[in-house]
Each structure stands twice: as structure tokens, then as C-alpha cells.
Ligand binder design. Structure first.
Ligand SMILES: Nc1ncnc2c1ncn2[C@@H]1O[C@H](COP(=O)(O)OP(=O)(O)OP(=O)(O)O)[C@@H](O)[C@H]1O
Ligand SMILES: [Mg+2]
Length: 260
């Protein structure tokens, strides 16, 4: 429990990730609570996907502690992973498999019962009934993303990790995804989402962390971040049309140069 009486679903403490000698994630610490949408915001190469990969247990951090639903991922990896659902930045399932086959395959991996009616109702829910006889490779990028999100949630995990889930989605699908995220929040899941979209961060995230060059440089509620940094000369210098937005704070704090 934290000060607000919410359970902590994800705790990341002093995380450090290296690729050989390159220090990609530097002393990153944050927590995600039950019933919270937490946004990780940062430019290309900031270390967002690397942070998620360490939480997922896909890469071994050099140091730091990660607890998912109370389980230390270094000691109780199986339990920790059973408590999280993951939608990767570039999820790709075997393109030749039928969509219902993929859903059933992953349900099997997580020990979730899945008959044809249940598959149909899932596809209906994401408005993809037409995909019931299609191969994954025949779906558009946005449709594939909808399927991969459903699969990430198939075992009703306490923590959901979404790496840029709305990139490439049309406005309708994006709104639908936001609603799904809000729905998960109301059921007390914890959601960690990476994004480049300031609109997304402002619209759906309860709190955000801004990360750059592997380091977290600010964590707060979106509106509080704006209020805290509205007088910062670096922020004012990049503002447009005389009002300070979250994007101005983001660019002001991370700088204007494009990451190589
Ligand atoms: N497998 C790897 N080997 C070596 N360097 C890597 C590897 N994966 C990522 N990096 C480097 O680590 C840094 C962080 O990359 P990461 O993918 O975590 O960034 P990101 O914040 O997710 O960026 P984006 O917004 O572009 O997805 C980058 O400098 C990247 O080049
Ligand atoms: Mg990434």
C-alpha cells in the first residue's frame, strides 16, 4: 500500500540496463499502482522499451529490483510473469496462423479455457468478427494491434505493459483502446504504457514519467508537470501560441535535438 491507500502492482527500484558497455537505463525507479494508468514518455532511444523488457524478464538488468504483484522477478519469475500481460512494440505472431488459432494458442499458454464461442465473443468485442476466418498476416497493422492487446489481457493480469499501443492506429481505434485502458483501470489493473503522444499522456495517464538518455527526469500528474514547469525558461522558449502544453514541458526538459 502507498500513501493513497492503493496497492503497488509494479515497483521498479534503481534499475540499470546495459547493452555491452552502453548504459541504456540509468537508476530508473518508479511504481505503478492498482487502478492507475502510468505513462512512460520519452524520445526515441530514451530507454522505454529497454525498461519494459527488464520488467518482462526478457533481458537481465545489470542491477536494480523489480517486483510485480509483490513477486521479485529475479526470484519468482514464473509468478511475476503470470501476473503481467504484455503488448510489445512490434508484436508479431506467425502470419500464417488463423486469428482464432493464435487466441487459442495463447489462452493455452496461460491455462485459460477458450472455446469457439469465447473466441467469437472476444473478436466481436474488438469489432473484428470478420477476422474469424483470416490469417494474422492478412490483418492491417491496427487490426493486428487490437488482436495483440486482447492476447496480452487474456489471463486477466494485474499488470499490463503496453509499448506504444496506439502508434499507427486510426482515431477511432485509438479512442477504443483508450476506453479499454480506462476499463482495465476501473477493474483495478495497473497499466504501464509508453507513448510519444502528448494527447494520450494528457487524456488517459494518471501519472507520467519523462525519461531521456535512460534517466527519469520528472514524474507527476500531467497537469502538475505543466504547472511545475510553466515558468522554466527552457519550456517557455519552446512554447507556441502563448500557452504551455505538456509537449512544451516535454521538449523543454528533453531538448529539441532529434535522437540518433
Ligand atoms: N539490443 C540492443 N543492443 C544494443 N543497443 C540497444 C539494443 N536495444 C536498444 N538499444 C539502445 O538502447 C537505447 C534505448 O533503446 P530503447 O529501445 O529502450 O528506446 P525507446 O525509448 O524504446 O525508443 P523508441 O521510442 O524509439 O521506441 C537506444 O540508444 C538503443 O539504440
Ligand atoms: Mg521503444
Amino acid at each position: 500500500m502507498n500513501d493513497n491507500g492503493q496497492a503497488t502492482i509494479l515497483q521498479v527500484e534503481q534499475l540499470n540496463v546495459y547493452y555491452d558497455t552502453f548504459h541504456a537505463v540509468r537508476n530508473v525507479s518508479f511504481e505503478v499502482r492498482a487502478g492507475e494508468i502510468f505513462g512512460l514518455l520519452g524520445p526515441n532511444g530514451a530507454g522505454k522499451t529497454s525498461t519494459l523488457a527488464a520488467i518482462e524478464g526478457l533481458l537481465q538488468p545489470r542491477s536494480g529490483k523489480i517486483h510485480v504483484a509483490g513477486y521479485d522477478i529475479a526470484e519468482k519469475k514464473k509468478y511475476a510473469r503470470a501476473s503481467m500481460g504484455v503488448q510489445l512494440q512490434a508484436t508479431s505472431f506467425q502470419p500464417e496462423l488463423l486469428v482464432p488459432e493464435i487466441i487459442q494458442l495463447y489462452a493455452g499458454v496461460y491455462g485459460v479455457e477458450m472455446n469457439k464461442q469465447k473466441v467469437d465473443s472476444i473478436l466481436k468485442e474488438i469489432e473484428l468478427s470478420s477476422a474469424s476466418s483470416k490469417r494474422f498476416g492478412q490483418l492491417s497493422g491496427g487490426q493486428q494491434q487490437r488482436v495483440s492487446l486482447v492476447i496480452a489481457m487474456i489471463h486477466n493480469p494485474e499488470l499490463v505493459l503496453l509499448d506504444e499501443p496506439t502508434t499507427g492506429l486510426d482515431p477511432q481505434s485509438r479512442r477504443q483502446l483508450w476506453e479499454r485502458m480506462e476499463n482495465m483501470r476501473s477493474k483495478k489493473h495497473g497499466i504501464l504504457v509508453t507513448t510519444h503522444s502528448m494527447e494520450e499522456a494528457e487524456s488517459v495517464c494518471d501519472r507520467i514519467a519523462i525519461i531521456d538518455h535512460g534517466q527519469i527526469i520528472a514524474i507527476d500528474e500531467p497537469q502538475r508537470l505543466i504547472d511545475l514547469h510553466r515558468d522554466d525558461p527552457k519550456v517557455i522558449s519552446v512554447s507556441r501560441r502563448g500557452r504551455i502544453t505538456l509537449e512544451d514541458v516535454f521538449i523543454g526538459l528533453t531538448g529539441k535535438q532529434i535522437r540518433s
